[in-house]
Design a protein around this ligand. Structure first.
Ligand code: SF4
Ligand code: MG
Length: 333
């Protein structure tokens, strides 16, 4: 199979006194080798919860209560389910197979090593045949891809700005030879021009090195340019998955269509979503049936009573009664 990652039924709950809330509800999707999968949705849709669970970085009160994360890094015959692994077992895969760039970059960088030294260490650890001179040359290349200078390479992390550290972390994640790079709003601390340069270089390196990327961002126009496929999340569920082209030109789910209408022209800054009236639901009091129904311009009879399931519609997958193949499911309710 070409699937590098297969997530099945992943459910993450926030356990609280008054009961628990499902921030990620029965989420299933795949990531192919070398693919860039974008994840989009309003804030509170469960994007960040999904990413932290995917990388096994969730901490109480967030708990993964169901599902599998089947991962097939290079050189491994059988897929590994990441969900039951211990922290020690996970450490063997972090960075080597699975690199993570979160919104706050500091924790990925070693505070007592100069930036350049961290890169040469990681590169030589990954490629035992690489000599010091080769590793230094490669470090310089990688840092220049994210716009960092030789002087910055000689600095310690605390001497650099948040944006600069973030750029270094992205370069480090791409350099370490992982099969999968997971990024949550990786360029929030970076200015727009630099964002474009970094993301163009992510594409270039992906073509060169063949890693896959799961990229979460609120910047939909950026995802349309960068991602191969896009998953749209609403109220903790994936409501549509399709190619970036289809999501942009032929959205099937009314929520995706609303987001699409809110897309600013490409290259313009995102201001706010004006394509969809209302606000995302409170996860503690989810609307019945389709969670989107109070905001949906297309809602009809079954929508407030039957939960639509994600199912294939052409090359896309959509969770919406407008696209339900199995009408009996609707009638039964
Ligand atoms: Fe709208 Fe109904 Fe589709 Fe939900 S299931 S998105 S309410 S049409
Ligand atoms: Mg977030």
């Amino acid at each position: 199979s070409d699937d590098l990652l297969e997530v099945r039924g992943l459910t993450v709950e926030y356990v609280a006194e008054g009961g628990s809330v499902r921030a990620c509800d029965d989420v299933s999707f795949t990531v192919r080798r070398g693919e860039i999968l974008g994840v989009a949705g309003e804030s509170g849709s469960g994007k960040s919860t999904l990413i932290t669970a995917l990388t096994r970085l969730e901490r109480p009160p967030a708990v993964t209560t169901a599902g599998q994360i089947l991962f097939r890094p290079h050189g491994v015959a059988e897929p590994i389910d990441l969900v039951p692994l211990t922290e020690k077992q996970l450490r063997k895969h972090r960075w080597r197979d699975l690199a993570i760039v979160m919104q706050s970059a500091m924790n990925a960088l070693n505070p007592v090593l100069r930036l350049g030294a961290q890169f040469t260490d990681v590169l030589r650890h990954h490629d035992r045949g690489l000599g010091r001179a080769g590793a230094e040359r490669r470090t310089e290349e990688l840092l220049s891809l994210v716009g960092l200078t030789a002087a910055q390479a000689r600095s310690y992390p605390h001497e650099l700005s948040g944006g600069t550290r973030q750029r270094a972390t992205i370069a480090l994640a791409l350099a370490c030879g992982a099969d999968l790079v997971v990024m949550d709003e990786p360029t929030t601390a970076v200015d727009v021009v630099m964002q474009r340069q970094i993301l163009a270089n992510v594409l270039r390196l992906r073509d060169e090195l063949g890693f896959a990327v799961v990229l979460v961002t609120h910047d939909l126009s950026l995802l349309v340019e960068l991602a191969d496929r896009i998953a749209i999340m609403y109220a903790g569920k994936i409501v549509e998955v399709g190619t970036a082209h289809d999501i942009y030109h032929r959205p099937s789910h009314p929520y995706t269509a609303g987001l699409r209408a809110s897309f600013p022209p490409l290259h313009a800054p995102v201001e706010r979503l004006h394509g969809i009236p209302g606000t995302p639901p409170d996860l503690r009091r989810l609307p019945s049936g389709c969670a989107f129904h109070p905001r949906c311009p297309k809602r009809f009879e079954p929508c407030d009573s039957v939960v639509p399931r994600l199912s294939a519609v052409g090359d896309q997958e959509v969770a919406c009664h407008l696209h339900s193949h199995d009408r009996s499911e609707v009638v039964d309710a």
